[in-house]
Each structure stands twice: as C-alpha cells, then as structure tokens.
Design a protein around this ligand. Structure first.
Ligand code: DP6
Length: 348
C-alpha cells in the first residue's frame, strides 16, 4: 500500500453576526446562529497536508514547524469521527485499502499570527477536517463535514464554505442539525472587501471558549442578546446579503460587534477584548460614515483587539485612504492580492 498525502487550504472566516455561547460544550452546540464572510484564498489561510503511513508510530501534528500535542478532546473527536466514516466506507467496499487504523501526520502552516483573534482555529480545524476527509475519500458534503469541524472549534464549521456563510444553530440535542450552509457564493457580491487591521499579534488574553462560558454563566445581558436580538438580526442580515444592501449589512455588522463586546463587558469579571486602538478604529469608521451620510465601511472585532473592516470596492480609496491617514504612519505592511486587500498593521 503506497503512502498517500493530500494538501488543502482553508481561509479564515470573520463573523458579521457573532457566535458567542454554547448550549452543549462537548458537542460544541451554539446558543445562537451566526453569519460570516470567508476571506479569499489569497488572504489569511491555513495550508494543511496530511499523510498516512504504516511506518508512523502514532498520529502527529506539526503547526508552523513545531510539533504540537494532538491529544485535546476536540482534536480527538474530529479524528474519531473521520476515522469512523472511513471504517464504514471500508466495510461497505472490501476492495478499499484498510487505512482508517494507520497513523496520520498532519502538517499545518498559518500565513498569519496564530491565536491572536484572527480566527486561526477556524481555518485550522476546517483545513484539518477537509484534508483528512479527502485523504479518506469520504463522500460527505461540506455541510456534513462542517458538523465534524464544529466539534473542533465552533467557528471552523463556517470555513468549509467560501463566500457568505451561516451556521444554523439547530435544535436537536445530538447536534445533527447544527451545521454550516452557504448563504451566497463570493461571486454573488464580488465587490465586498475586507481590510484587516492587526492591532496586536499577541495571543489573546482570554481564549474564546473560556470567555464565552463566563459570559453565559454571568452576563445578565446575554439572555436578551440570544433571545431578542440575534434571531431577528440573523434574518435581516441574510436578507441584506442576498439583496447586496451594504448599508444595512454594515449597520447590522457593527451593531452585532458592539453587542458581542457588550456581553463580554457585562461578564463577571468583565472581559475586555478591544483596546484603545480598537476604539480609535471605531471612531474613524463612524466618522467616515457620518461624513458621507451613508455606511461606507463596517468594523467588527472578535476575541481580540484586531479589526476587520468591510467595505465595497468602489469605496476602497475613501476607506483605505482614511485609515492610512490616521494609522498609516505606523510601521506595517500592505499587500494587494487578487480580489481583496489586506492592510495588517502593527500599532504602538
Ligand atoms: C468571537 O469558534 O474560537 O470569533 O467553539 O470554543 O472554539 P470555540 O470558539 P471559537 O469562537 C469564535 C468566537 C468569535 C465569533 C465568531 O467567530 O462567530
């Protein structure tokens, strides 16, 4: 039996309607549905190669050149689920090579800072699950694979698709209806751009999992957010995406970022992800929007101080020009690639 490997890439996705809260932490089932935009393959992404061999002693993971543990329950549940699918395939077709029991080596590289609130776990788990599914030649569609990736990291389920993606929270206790679906491919609204402002590349102080558990347990606002705010916003945002209505999409995106950081602040003890530079970015975007009398750009912040700014291509000069004016004197680098423009910058 020849050794075989496959290589895939999975881009980062940035939520415009945030997932924050689990109703089942073992199956990674969320307390609300969420929506994200998957960045283009030219931007932030994880590249993963996976290989099986009877000569390997055990499964192993190499991340950015260093061997990492592969023993976390989340990693193990993804591997177990994928192996189970391969075993079923081998049982159905005895002519197939028996590879499900062979050790795997997984080699992953991120082209951006890991665990800095730039959705590295999303791209990482999506790439790991997709690469092993390809290696095992599993006949599972992306929504099915998203249920496996979800068990690695919730937001990872959305990176199985490009374009505009929803994670439907589902209602079943076994999680079989908690999956990602594509709202629209990237080609539906090709003019959308994302600029990533890297305020800090340091590892986040409060990891998402612990942070959201604290919020669920202690925030009084949280119940209001998941029951009253997010369900309506989820429908409105899907509509805005389908209608390519940037003004509404931008407003909902900014409001949801605010709402997510509000429940973080309402947690006890409070969680602060945004810093003073993040707040300056909010001010600058708000000022641009007020100056033009319409939503030219939308900010959103995840579990860290870094900003993602969504805007339309036609407004690129306004948005990047203004950001450059305010923050451009700070050393950094800019990269123009294909269809989207990233401006990761380090701020003092
Ligand atoms: C703020 O997916 O990293 O980025 O499921 O515990 O791994 P786990 O959490 P994770 O949380 C992401 C939180 C967020 C919002 C989002 O991406 O929807």
């Amino acid at each position: 039996m020849a050794n075989k490997y496959v290589t895939v890439t999975a881009p980062v996705n940035i939520a415009t309607l945030k997932y924050w809260g689990k109703r089942d932490r073992f199956l990674n089932l969320p307390t609300n549905s969420s929506i994200s935009v998957t960045l283009s393959q030219d931007d932030l992404k994880t590249t993963t190669s996976v290989c099986y061999s009877k000569n390997f002693e055990s499964d192993a993971l190499y991340l950015n050149g260093n061997e990492e543990s592969l023993s976390s329950p989340r990693q193990q549940s993804c591997l177990k689920l994928l192996r189970k699918c391969r075993i079923e395939k081998e049982e159905q077709d005895p002519s197939l090579d028996k590879i499900a029991s062979l050790p795997l080596h997984i080699v992953s590289v991120n082209n951006f800072p890991t665990a800095a609130g730039l959705a590295s776990s999303a791209a990482g788990y999506a790439a790991m699950v997709y690469s092993i599914a390809k290696l095992y030649q599993l006949d599972l569609d992306r929504s099915e694979l998203s249920k496996i990736a979800r068990q690695g990291s919730g937001s990872a389920c959305r990176s199985l698709y490009g374009g505009f993606v929803a994670w439907e929270m589902g209602s079943l206790d076994n999680g079989s209806d908690s999956k990602a679906v594509q709202i629209a491919p990237r080609a539906h609204w090709p003019g959308i751009r994302a600029a990533i402002l890297v305020v800090s590349a340091a590892k986040k102080e409060v990891p998402s999992t612990g942070g959201m558990q604290l919020t669920v347990k202690t925030s009084d606002l949280f119940d209001y957010r998941v029951k009253q705010v997010v369900p309506a916003r989820y429908e409105e945002m899907k509509k805005a995406i389908l209608a390519k209505d940037f003004g509404v999409f931008a407003e909902l995106t900014m409001k949801d970022s605010n709402s997510f950081h509000a429940v973080c602040l309402d947690s006890y003890p409070p969680i602060f992800y945004m810093n003073d530079t993040s707040k300056r970015i909010v001010k600058v975007i708000t000022t641009i929007n007020e100056a033009y009398g319409r939503n030219v750009a939308a900010y959103t912040f995840d579990a860290g101080p870094n900003a993602v700014i969504y805007y339309e291509e036609k407004d690129e000069d306004i948005v990047l020009g203004t950001l450059h004016e305010f923050f451009g004197s700070v050393p950094g680098w800019a990269k123009k690639s294909g269809k989207s423009f990233s401006v990761p910058r380090k701020f003092p």
